[in-house]
Design a binder for this molecule. Structure first.
Ligand code: GUN
Length: 294
């Protein structure tokens, strides 16, 4: 069994990005600039946005954090989106999800300029991804594909079972694994809350990608010997032994599943750091597109 080390891989890719930024600067091209919009005081969102801003610093990007209280209205947020779309200094930006319940994330995400949509959540980018056209890929699925690629994992002709059909992970993951690309070319099965015989379907999988947010849902008896298992879960579970009072728990019962796997991602240190690195790669691409179109 080999660990798919997201920390190590993301460090390697961050170094590659930092080098590119330095090359640009030596040619007088300005640094990529990412903005992040955070509405409300959701603890997990605050942590993730903080990590994204820190990652920008690490690779030499400029970053701007725009914070608003949970009382922010949809119109106020839409005004921020329109300002970011019009701001030539911003190459790309993200609206951290979830948004407070009184704001329609669909309406807000549709207002994002697709050329600055480095989260890849705009319908135009999702449609382009489905058609295998150049676009911004959603960060988490793109990070998983990069991890599989960097570890040289063969996916062509393999049966990939994706657990979950969220718009952020499960749905785009399904599209990426079945498309005619490398990694890709899988036979993909999606299972979700209404699926039957989930255990038996998982047992048929060469690759399992678990993204349902249910701690330790995938048990050893659901996994075929030699399978590749990717765990996207990051549920906060109470843990009095931790200073924070919680620990992050994946969707896979790691201790019992790992011995059966050829490759497996840990939680934390697997998919999470790869998500951030994908956002950086998308921002680099946005800046590149912008400098070419000038
Ligand atoms: N919330 C959970 N994952 C993500 C993500 O990848 N991007 C944004 N903007 N919000 C999220």
């Amino acid at each position: 069994m080999q660990i798919l080390d997201g920390n190590l891989t993301s460090r390697t890719i961050k170094n590659e990005i930092a080098q590119k930024v330095q090359e640009w600067q030596s040619k007088g091209i300005r640094k990529p600039h990412l903005a992040a919009v955070l509405v409300g005081e959701n603890g997990a969102s605050m942590t993730y946005v903080g990590a994204k801003v820190k990652a920008c610093e690490e690779v030499g990007f400029d970053s701007t954090l725009i914070q608003r209280p949970a009382s922010c209205t949809e119109d106020e947020l839409l005004a921020i989106v329109h300002d970011l779309n019009a701001n030539p200094d911003i190459d790309g930006y993200i609206i951290q999800l979830p948004l407070p319940a009184h704001i329609s994330d669909k309406r807000v995400l549709e207002a994002v300029d697709p050329s600055k949509d480095v989260d890849g959540f705009h319908p135009e980018n999702i449609g382009r991804m489905a058609l295998n056209l150049p676009c911004f890929l959603p960060a988490t699925p793109a990070g998983i594909v990069t991890l599989l690629e960097r570890y040289g994992i063969e996916t062509s002709g393999k049966h990939c079972v994706v657990l979950g059909r969220s718009h952020i992970v499960g749905m785009p993951m399904t599209l990426l694994m079945q498309r005619n690309a490398q990694p890709g070319n899988c036979t993909v099965t999606v299972v979700h809350s209404k699926s039957k015989n989930i255990d038996a379907i998982c047992r048929e999988a060469d690759i399992i990608i678990a993204a349902i947010g249910q701690p330790e849902f995938v048990k050893a008896d659901m996994v075929k010997q030699g399978a590749v298992v990717v765990d996207v879960g990051i549920t906060r579970v109470a843990d009095a032994s931790k200073k924070s009072g919680f620990r992050l728990c994946g969707d896979v019962a790691f201790d019992e599943v790992a011995p059966k796997c050829s490759f497996i991602t840990p939680v934390p240190g697997g998919v999470g750091p790869m998500t951030i690195v994908s956002l950086l790669m998308n921002t680099l691409l946005a800046a590149e597109n912008r400098s070419v179109s000038k």
